[in-house]
Design a binder for this molecule. Structure first.
Ligand SMILES: [Zn+2]
Length: 328
């Protein structure tokens, strides 16, 4: 469901919980809100990383609702091992087609327009846009796979500036991975054409899934997600960096469905995020019985979740938030 936005708001959202800790050996702690400088408080004291079994806290700003992971590791590379492989394997085409529809609806179909995808992964979206006539480029922490697909991809913004201005810049689930989202949007503002469009998709930390499952929510994904956005904190961030939000959508279907089903399974006896790992082609160490249980329970819960997703979407509290913004 698409929502046309009339205002940006600094309104905060509720839902904090007391106490905090943090057991990882990472070094960097953040005490004040990146956006407004308010002292942060703990939202969840212990959020498990399913890959390393380390725990991290998530903090949030009581004034604007922006959340962050604490502590932030100074060696994030080790948390990204095997992160991308097959991630969207079963829904790749469905996901790419939906994103292309959003792109073309907002930016038109005229061939030759320039697109930058920030955090482009293996380049699936860029290849689809290229096939539709867009002139494409990307950034990616590890650009090897995307370059192998024949794409112009750099590991940082500075190497891509010569290709600016861009008619559209997309960040499909990458802004939450950025160490400084303000700096990322400032760079995007500089690279975007004056009449360009910015499209951002992030997990909605103010949505029903985050509220219901708390620290068990699949899409907290600590410590790789360094920031946790709500609709209001994202609107705040955009406004502060010179953008006006013009559209919002409150789901990405496969993200939302799995957000429900896997998060329920995270209360069970099997390893966290196991169903997600099986679905995305990873090879977790699990016996035949555990695999059978996970597939059976996961598929049943996914069937039920299909009916829950529209509820979050209609009430603007989905598992995923997509926004479009223009420079102002
Ligand atoms: Zn704040």
């Amino acid at each position: 469901m698409e929502e046309e936005l009339k205002v940006n708001s600094g309104e905060r959202e509720s839902g904090s919980q007391p106490a905090r800790s943090g057991e990882s050996e990472a070094k960097s702690h953040q005490h004040k809100c990146l956006l407004c400088g308010t002292e942060l408080r703990t939202r969840f004291a212990r959020v498990l990383d399913a890959k390393t079994l380390e725990t991290f806290a998530t903090l949030e700003c009581p004034a604007c609702g922006l959340g962050c992971t604490d502590p932030k590791s100074e060696d994030l590379a080790k948390y990204y091992r095997d992160y991308h492989g097959g991630r969207h394997g079963i829904t790749n085409t469905f996901c790419t087609n939906r994103r292309m529809r959003i792109l073309q609806r907002l930016a038109g179909r005229r061939a030759g327009k320039r697109l930058l995808d920030v955090g482009c992964g293996e380049g699936t979206f860029l290849l689809a846009a290229k096939a539709e006539g867009w002139s494409v480029a990307g950034t990616e922490m590890n650009p090897v796979a995307a370059r192998a697909a024949g794409l112009e991809v750099q590991s940082n913004f500075s190497s891509i500036r010569t290709l600016a201005p861009f008619d559209c810049i997309t960040l499909w689930h990458s802004l939450e991975h950025m160490p400084d989202p303000r700096a990322t949007l400032q760079e995007a503002r500089n690279l975007l054409a004056p009449d360009g469009i910015l499209i951002i998709a992030v997990p909605d930390a103010g949505g029903f899934q985050a509220r219901v499952f708390g620290a068990k929510w699949l899409h907290f994904d600590v410590p790789r997600h360094l920031y946790h956005f709500t609709r209001f904190s994202l609107a705040n961030l955009l406004r502060r960096e010179g953008f006006a939000m013009v559209r919002a959508w409150h789901q990405e279907f496969e993200y939302d469905v799995l957000g429900w089903s896997q998060s329920v399974l995270n209360y069970g006896p099997t390893a966290p995020n196991l169903f997600f790992d099986l679905l995305t082609g990873r090879h977790p160490e699990i016996g035949a019985l555990g695999k059978f249980f996970t597939w059976t329970a996961g598929c049943a819960l996914t069937g039920l979740a299909i009916f829950l997703v529209p509820v979050g979407t209609i009430l603007k509290r989905g598992g995923t938030l997509i926004v479009a913004a223009r420079p102002c």
